[in-house]
Design a protein around this ligand. Structure first.
Ligand code: NDP
Length: 312
């Protein structure tokens, strides 16, 4: 079967650049939207040029120019969007509504993967304000996709390992301490951590796979389903030393949000749902969804322990 041509939007981003790499590695003709708005951001431009050297095509376009998006989309079969969605960095999830309008007009897209790559927003109906904005916006995008009958795959990637393993599941930290750690509650709720390069590879595997059409794909690498305590133990084993442990009870964690910046509150509430409520693991995958490590057993994913070795 001929491999789909892929357009990646947000190809310079934290996840997007990995999607470009995985798409090229899997032999897809890969197009990247090059937005005039990046201006003189030399790092982004150099990154785009290096992708071009590796065989990607750069296509000029802008979210403020509908026809430019339509033109870019017409070149490909599959569109993957990795536009920003982390409030402390940038949150542009609803801009995808413009992309959906362009996909509708282009009329040729066989699969669209919106910028999701986290907690399944459909399971977050009871999420707390203001953190729920991420899930609400992602659901608005899903509704627009489904109303327009655009074929889709939603990737629920769970926790990016760099944020969660790097910081031993502590918000605001992305490097592991060798001395101490604060446990969220009893530290026993299980979460799921996935190497960002593996997220990109699983994502690319889904795009030509009929089994993932109009489905949510959960990434649940079995060895990476761990509680915060287990993450800490893994690190302790690697450094050969026990960390000093303290704990924040749930009520104290929630009270500590008062008066913080909006973006910080959003991020902290995501940690709340993952680490106090176990929102990533407290459900079975239903019939309308599918698990990636079972679909693609040939992918040798990075285990949490392997990932954490990079911090030694
Ligand atoms: P980034 O913050 O790295 O941004 C990605 C890209 O968004 C940028 O490179 C840029 O693309 C594009 N972008 C930013 N602002 C605009 C704008 N105004 N107009 C158009 N494009 C814009 O994103 P991440 O990789 O951090 O996030 C990608 C997805 O992953 C999001 O859905 C996010 O919620 C999710 N995520 C999940 C995490 C988890 O732990 N599960 C953690 C972090 C993110 P360009 O300049 O190339 O056009």
């Amino acid at each position: 079967m001929e491999k789909s041509k892929v357009l990646i939007i947000g190809g310079t981003g934290y996840l997007g650049k990995r999607l470009v790499k995985a798409s090229l590695a899997e032999g897809h003709e890969t197009y990247i939207l090059h937005r005039a708005e990046i201006g003189v951001d030399i790092e982004k431009v150099q990154m785009l040029l290096s992708f071009k050297e590796q065989g990607a095509h750069l296509i000029s376009g802008s979210f403020t120019d509908h026809q430019s998006l339509v033109k870019a989309i017409k070149l490909v079969d599959v569109v993957i969007c990795a536009i920003s969605g982390v409030h402390i960095r940038s949150h542009q999830i609803l801009l995808q509504l413009k992309l959906i309008d362009a996909i509708k007009d282009a009329g040729n897209v066989k699969r669209f993967l919106p910028s999701e790559f986290g907690t399944d927003p459909a399971r977050m109906e009871d999420a707390l304000e203001p953190g729920r904005v991420t899930f609400d916006d992602k659901m608005i995008v899903r509704k627009a996709i489904e109303d327009a009958q655009i074929p889709f795959t939603y990737i629920s990637a769970n926790c990016f390992a760099g944020y969660f393993l790097g910081g031993l599941c502590q918000p605001g930290k992305i490097l592991p301490s060798r001395d101490s750690v604060v446990l969220l509650g009893d530290g026993n709720e299980k979460a799921i951590y996935v190497d960002e390069d593996d997220i990109a590879m699983y994502t690319i595997k889904t795009i030509d796979d009929p089994r993932t059409l109009n489905k949510t794909v959960y990434l649940r690498p079995p060895k990476n389903i761990l509680s915060q305590r287990e993450v800490v133990e893994t690190w302790e084993k690697l450094i050969g030393k026990e960390l000093q442990k303290s704990s924040i009870p749930k009520e104290q964690f929630l009270a500590s949000l008062k008066g913080l910046e909006y973006a910080e509150q959003v991020g902290l509430l995501h940690y709340y749902h993952v680490c106090y409520e176990g929102c990533l693991t407290n459900f079975e995958i239903g019939n309308d969804a599918i698990e990636a490590s079972k679909l693609y057993p040939e992918i040798k994913y990075t285990t949490a322990e392997e990932y954490m070795k990079r911090y030694l």
